[in-house]
Design a protein around this ligand. Structure first.
Ligand code: TLP
Length: 342
């Protein structure tokens, strides 16, 4: 039986499955900085294989994975192109500027997708006055656009323009398996349009900790060195990598349930008069509760009363579906909320 986790705040709140806890307990370990941890090595092998890449690196978090990948692709003083609401630009503490001494050039996306012509316009020409552009970062699924899955066609269009200008492409694929499931494609089909991909194990895939970065062996080698520099060289990390193996091999297909549950949730909220502001393609529902005359305090009070965690800010909030929330739970949430609205 799935342990209930009635928390809409994020999919980062997921708890490890019983099988993950058991795997952590029994994991064979070694010193990963020395390359000796068999479980980490296995996770990295699996991650590279599943995504069709040469090599992989286990890191502590999505933020660290994006940081080491961006650092591995760039030189101090380069400019990098990012979507203007991307997680790397908005939510990663300005690490690209602090650690990489990089300039950020943002491009507005259409539902999270930067159009190739807009990327091309943002690429610097060779001029004594300009910083060189070296990297394009794509986010898939795009979180703040509403958990939108960028298609292989969109990914390819951005890849083609980047490669025409000899730029590297990094994908913040924190939720790339959600994208693959929503689009009905193999994750390799998305990964092939990025040199490196950062994939979170501790979101919808439910592992307690960690991300993997996959890509060419030479880039991953540089990323490994940056991981060490940032203090992310872990010793008996097999304990936390073991749940990651289960995340990648056994937890992907169930993401479809999260997507179905998000759709059910969106339909129910819409019927109640609460506005759903995003296209619900994956596991995120962005809402505006002012359409029923509520403020953040009303939403927070009502959801708390019916036993759910959700944090309204301003006019609305994001609701994430994930492991620990099942179809029946969505139905009882909707029933409970309807009573609060009366
Ligand atoms: N996203 C978190 C918050 O930081 C906003 C969330 O609740 O969605 N890339 C993307 C697209 C992300 O959404 C996140 C986390 C990260 C990277 C960073 O991952 P962590 O939290 O593991 O550093």
């Amino acid at each position: 039986m799935v342990e209930k986790n009635l928390d809409f705040r994020s999919d980062t709140v997921t708890w490890p499955t019983p099988e993950m806890r058991e795997a952590a307990y029994k994991a064979k370990v070694g010193d990963d900085v020395m390359g000796d941890d068999p479980t980490v090595n296995e996770l990295e092998r699996i991650a590279a294989e599943i995504t069709g890449k040469e090599a992989a690196l286990f890191v502590t978090s999505g933020t660290m994975g994006n940081a080491v990948a961006v650092l591995a692709h760039t030189q101090r003083g380069d400019e990098i192109i990012l979507e203007q609401k991307s997680h790397i630009f908005v939510n990663e503490v300005g690490g690209l500027a602090v650690m990489g001494q990089l300039m950020a050039r943002t491009v507005p996306g259409e539902l999270g997708w930067m159009k190739p012509e807009d990327i091309e316009k943002a690429i610097r020409v060779d001029n004594i006055h300009y910083p060189p552009t070296s990297l394009v970062c794509i986010e898939n699924t795009h979180n703040s656009a509403g958990g939108i899955a960028l298609t292989t066609k969109q990914m390819k269009a951005d890849w083609d323009v980047a490669k025409k200008h000899k730029l590297a492409v990094h994908m913040d694929g924190a939720r790339v398996f959600n994208a693959a499931i929503a689009l009905g494609v193999d994750v390799k089909e998305l990964a092939k349009y990025a040199d490196t991909v950062q994939i979170c194990l501790s979101k919808g895939l439910s592992a307690p900790v960690g991300s993997v970065v996959v890509g060419p062996a030479d880039v991953i080698k540089r990323a490994r060195k940056y991981r060490k520099m940032l203090g992310g060289g872990m010793r008996q990390a097999g304990i936390i990598a073991a749940p990651g193996v289960i995340a990648m091999t056994k937890m992907v297909d169930r993401l479809k349930d999260d997507h179905d549950n998000a759709k059910l949730l969106a339909e129910g909220l819409t019927k109640m008069g609460i506005k759903v502001v995003n296209q619900v393609q994956t596991n995120m529902v962005y809402i505006d509760y002012t359409t029923v005359g509520w403020k953040a305090g009303d939403w927070n009070k009502a959801t708390k009363k019916i036993g759910w965690k959700s944090e309204g800010h301003g006019n609305g909030t994001r609701l994430c579906t994930h492991y620990g929330i099942e179809r029946e739970d969505i139905k009882s949430f909707l029933d409970g909320l309807a009573k609060q609205l009366k």
